[in-house]
Design a protein around this ligand. Sequence first.
Ligand code: ACO
Length: 402
Amino acid sequence: GVDVKKLLADTGLVTLDPGFVNTAACSSAITYIDGDAGILRYRGYSIEQLAERSNFLEVSYLLIYGELPTKTELDEFTEKVQRHTLLHEDLKRFFDGFPRDAHPMPVLSSAVSALSTFYQDSLNPLDPEQVEISTIRLLAKLPTIAAYAYKKSVGQPFLYPDNSHGLVENFLRMTFGLPAEPYDVDPALVKALDLLFVLHADHEQNCSTSTVRLVGSSEANLFASISAGINALFGPLHGGANQAVLEMLEGIHKDGGDVDTFVNRVKNKEAGVKLMGFGHRVYKNYDPRAAIVKRTADEVLGKLGVNDPLLDIAMKLEERALSDDYFVQRKLYPNVDFYTGLIYKAMGFPTRMFTVLFALGRLPGWIAQWREMINDPVRKIGRPRQLYTGYTEREFVAIDER
Ligand code: ACO
């Protein structure tokens, strides 16, 4: 019964924009998206070129510092990141307290939040030196934390990082290796995971990035802000979608693989039934990342000799949806999450680790956006307004008279 139009008129110059569909909260020079044309660029470089010619650490440097590094700059950066991969032994013990079946996302965000207790100098986010060292620590330690979260969930011993390996290789080693057995990381897996991290590295003001900026706008430090971003990413409408896609595909497979029946349930808007991995707030065209991921899924599954019936179901679903009026009219296309889960699964990751992998990829973007926010000359604490729709003034009623 609330007349929102009247409320807006009464409140004066306040806009009501649920979901911030048309409201920019900042200006940014990091990532450009043209959702109608399906274009994504980091610092002006197209995602296609970066996917083909760059790598995750170089892209991290580009996002955070604004330019592609020279060879010396990249070597120095790589060396610094590789030197900080160890976790404090006390932080390592932190993992023992979680239940064995804990979802690794809250474990990840808790451990990142706990970094503030080990590096208390980081509590002053206005000190550029602290911001710099926190940046390096996060990039170096998040893969170690993620691998420990995995090891905890399968009851295996933690493996210390071995800094003779690159970041992604080290992560795979710590995740799938065992102390008693030599573990040779397949270079094809390293390359594929590195590429997926590049594709996830930034996506301008999405839900988790906006969270990182908003928390940081109160001058909370980088660790606290990134921890909040990880929690925002956890939801199935955002980063949790990669897990939800695989669960959807498994459900369809279990029911006999009938894509038509499932699509009809989506179109009938059955409660809780969505075509997960489809649709995007900004892309009203094919998500350029999804196009690259689709090719990679084919390649990786082929190389690993994996013949996953779920890939077939995914391709049929896509074909079916893209030729259906419901999806065409609403401009719903596959997003980055539609095919990533199939690759992660083929690599051996359990479904619950998928969103953790998204977080590892998105980290440099969160850091770059936080740093841009803290250095913004027109920085202000984020504090949205509201349209109040509750009671006007009421007289208090004593408890025995209610
Ligand atoms: N399946 C079925 N219908 C959909 C889907 C979908 N995946 N996505 C949107 N729609 C429909 C909506 O029901 C709505 O229809 P209506 O006009 O008849 O009411 C219309 O398309 C517009 O959708 P909105 O929900 O208004 O779009 P919004 O921009 O708010 O949401 C979102 C975008 C959250 C991504 C949505 O498309 C969705 O829930 N997708 C599935 C989850 C997903 O894949 N998330 C990952 C996003 S990408 C990322 O974070 C990496």
